[in-house]
Design a protein around this ligand. Structure first.
Ligand code: 1CP
Length: 367
């Protein structure tokens, strides 16, 4: 589709292209027809149709099956009318494809058979060969054809967050072993994050080259670091991931949880959009990030478990506070909680659209 403004959708009718979608425009700080909305972890989790499809297939096998990836990625787009799809995958997938022994245990998360605990372990990590990503390219191409004007967001795990799983051996709260390794073995730490940055960049490039319209780097656990440690020991590696995209002209979203004190730095790593969790109002986040970047967020996912009046009040507040940002992509402050009623997600998407529809900009480009 190149740089053309209009594409022909799978149905054969011309329509606006993903490159001119509200998601991409908001990410770039351009005027939008309405605030775009999608939900982190919108695929899987709360959807019964997802559970039905996944039954009998292990998570990481499902992620490597183009038929399942395509269908699971499309489910929330059909159901909720969100403004973007996010590829059904996982942040540990590039490591798994490279040959690291990792399993995603139901109800737990990624578990690493042989955690990285020494300099030798770092050096033994296998590189990710791009040739192994054919399944991913197939899935992305199919999705882009199916999605028509709706953009597909590709993603990868940031070096720090992936390092926490490799070093801890699985999910953890304090990430104490990770920090201990970072302080005790600064050289090996740098090498580990270098390698993870290269594999994240390979993974993102494959998705963008197959047609993804935006990318998100998940540094979910970066908020456990001080600003000084983040700036010195982590940020250069996250920047390397974005640099690895070269001149690929897609917006870059950079997200972490508990990152209030890190927001200016996270913006500096090269993103167009900074993801914000629910702890900080978006107007304050906009002050910290500055006028050069858009924001994504930040409804507390737990609010979706409350009564409808609370949901509506909080959605309105986030929409209003988001007006302080250069551009706003409505989202949750973190992923959808598994107990969330999918009907509430559909309602939130509708409400955001209703509250922000401006008659000024036509939804389709003029002929
Ligand atoms: O919308 C989507 O669900 C898209 C697919 C997606 C994404 C974007 C999955 C599927 N995982 C992720 C990213 C991811 N994976 C992150 C970053 C986002 C975040 O912070 O939520 C992280 C930290 C992971 C690691 C991971 N994988 C966890 C978290 C464990 C912890 O440390 O608390 C878990 C539970 C998984 C498994 C997983 N990934 C995805 C799904 C649907 C599942 C559950 C699988 C199952 O139930 O078997």
């Amino acid at each position: 589709m190149g740089g053309s403004a209009v594409v022909t959708s799978a149905a054969g009718t011309p329509g606006p292209s993903p490159a001119d979608s509200d998601l991409v425009r908001a990410a770039r700080g351009l005027p939008v027809s309405r605030t775009p909305v999608w939900f982190m972890r919108q695929a899987g989790r709360s959807l019964p149709e997802y559970r039905a499809l996944r039954a009998g297939t292990a998570m990481l096998a499902a992620c490597q099956d183009p038929d399942l990836v395509t269908e699971i990625t499309l489910q929330p787009v059909r159901r909720h009318g969100v403004d973007a799809a996010i590829l059904f995958s996982d942040i540990v997938l590039p490591l798994v494809v490279a040959g690291v022994d990792i399993e995603i245990k139901p109800g737990v998360g990624p578990v690493v058979a042989e955690p990285v605990r020494s300099v030798a372990d770092v050096d033994a990590l296998p590189p990710l060969e791009p040739e192994r990503l054919a399944f991913l390219e197939t899935a992305v191409r199919r999705l882009v054809a199916e999605l028509g004007p709706t953009p597909l967001i590709g993603f990868a795990g940031a070096p720090f967050t992936l390092a926490t799983y490799l070093i801890e051996g699985g999910p953890s709260k304090e990430h104490a072993r990770t920090k201990a390794f970072m302080y005790a073995e600064p050289e090996a730490w740098g090498r580990l994050l270098d390698r993870l940055a290269i594999s994240a960049a390979v993974f993102l490039r494959a998705q963008v080259d197959a047609g993804a319209s935006a990318v998100q780097l998940f540094d979910s656990w970066a908020g456990v670091l001080s600003a000084a440690d983040y700036a010195e020991r982590v940020l250069p590696h996250s920047r390397a991931v974005f640099d690895g995209l070269g001149d690929r002209n897609v917006p870059r979203i950079h997200f972490g949880v508990g990152t209030g004190e890190l927001l200016p730095l996270i913006g500096d790593a090269g993103a167009d959009v900074v993801g914000v969790d629910w702890r900080l109002p978006l107007d304050e986040a906009a002050r910290r990030v500055g006028p050069q970047r858009s924001l994504q967020g930040n409804l507390d996912p737990a609010v979706l478990l409350a009564d409808r009046a609370t949901v509506d009040r909080e959605v309105r507040r986030v929409v209003e506070q988001g007006r302080a940002a250069r551009g706003h992509v409505f989202n949750l402050g973190h992923g959808v909680l598994p107990d969330t009623d999918p009907g509430v997600l559909t309602h939130v998407a509708e409400l955001v659209h209703e509250l922000t529809t401006s008659p000024a900009r036509p939804t389709a480009p003029m002929p």
